[in-house]
Design a protein around this ligand. Sequence first.
Ligand code: DGT
Ligand code: CA
Ligand code: CA
Ligand code: ZN
Length: 583
Amino acid sequence: MALTNREIADIFETVADMLQIRGDVIHRVLSYRRASETIRELPRDLRAISAEGGLSDLPGIGKTLADKIDEMLETGELEFYSRLAAEIPPGLVRVMHVNGVGPKKARLFWDEMNIASLEALEEAAEASLLRPLKGMGAKSEQRILEGIAALARKTGRTPLGVALPAAQELLDSLLSLPQAGCGYVAGSIRRGRPSIGDVDLLVASDEAAPLMDAFVSMPQVARVLGHGPTKSSVELHSGLQVDLRVLSAARMGTALSYFTGSQAHNVRLRERALRLGYSLNEHALRPVGADGSSLDEEANHVLCASEEELYERLGLPFIAPELREDAGEFEAADAGELPELITLQDLRADLHMHSTWSDGREDIRAMVGGARARGRKTVVITDHSQYSAIANGLDADRLLRQQLEVRAVDREFPDMRVLHGVEMDIRADGTLDYPDDLLSQLDFVVASLHYSLRQERSVITRRLLNAIENPHVDLIGHPHGQLIEKRPPADLDMDAVFEAAARTGTALEINSNPQRLDLEAHYARRAVELGIPLSINSDAHDTAGMDLLPYGILTARRGWVQAENVINAWPQDRLLAWLERKA
Ligand code: DGT
Ligand code: CA
Ligand code: CA
Ligand code: ZN
């Protein structure tokens, strides 16, 4: 069984947890964790990198870890993991992740009570058997039961498309209060991660108490986890956890920067500050004395009301939140080469949307009107093809009849260009759903994988390559077929996909639907490096679906994408000329 990057990353993450429970030195634990993160975000297949002998050039991966990766690639297993699993039951890893447990207590429960699973932990807590243990009591037992319940309600991280609107709604309520100044959604949401752990809100005010009281009693709140003078935490009915911090407007810049993260970016910022003679935290820049001690009288502190000010103090241009992952943004800033990231206003066209002809909820005319109202100048109607029978996909006959309607609507909107396309299935056997002579009558062809997404790598990659190599296919829709936190991406050989796309001039989509966000940012960045054209589309099934484009834009920005890289950000005549490049 060939392991995917993701599976190898999962194994390293579990190893890190097991080592932590075993009580290994933190350095060793962190090296596995870092490797896991590197691999999870890798835009290339580990097998290809291994074949080139490049594993140990990856950040955080030395000879030892490279050997372990090779072992997994060759055998599908890791002996070190098996040995650890014989020593530390894998169920303990779940126990450790219960809020209020952690590695030390997990170890304690196992040593003292032989608890090695969530079920055993729950039983013991319910029978009040944990409270006699060292450092435990009735209250901590109760917290553990709540933690287990929270874990059961929560399936990992929350999709950005769920968390961002919830966060914005809470923030808007807070900002409507008379005591509130400005406010922000910070954390991983602001950086545009496709899924998030918890929500981080910041509000400026000199009167925190009324804001905190209002926050913990909002109707969305299921449980108050903490209610303090400057910080409160709640759990919403949805299971989402939200932290609110209130601070003075004069300190908003340092706080926003700190709580936007990422942690890795913050570490680099602190290093910069230290070189300039400051220690940096969420409150202020504090001058460091000659002896290395920070001068702690407030009078010496440098406050930054805005992030721009903070970056300027550190000798840096403003770095967009989406870039703050310590993934080259500091080097680019120093070289004066930060990208000018794409914005929503740059999108002149929407090249992927559905209508009532297949599974859309509004007709072609309504969809075109909706796109025009949102500032688009070019629209392509791309309904499903016949293979997607459950989506009411179009056979050849209906497709050609639809074309007549598209042409008629195009004439009704003189200021818009309405094109006729299709979202054609790539069938499970790798053949395309329409013959070439039919495809040649369309203005634009999106080809997508929708079914049999669990095929093995060589098979599913071959399917996608068949579409890319076809002279009529312009765009590959949502290439990986993933659903965020629900369905893992198809196991594609992305090196092969990128090679073929670059060679044939086929565009790859960043699908804006927040359930998809596919291509992911790290793949988008790789595509940009390889000169592959990208396209950011709504894949809307009604006009409201067009309002999801900001998610695609966030994802693109995380991938360092500029307007120049995106075919639907080009002027209309350039886009139309590009459409003529193939057949
Ligand atoms: P999440 O919630 O897992 O999706 O990811 P974040 O990035 O929102 O992380 P979170 O909520 O734990 O913390 C928000 C930000 O606060 C994080 O991006 C960086 C900063 N931060 C939190 N804890 C630490 C820390 O221990 N050290 C540093 N340098 N920064 C931290
Ligand atoms: Ca967070
Ligand atoms: Ca947080
Ligand atoms: Zn699709």
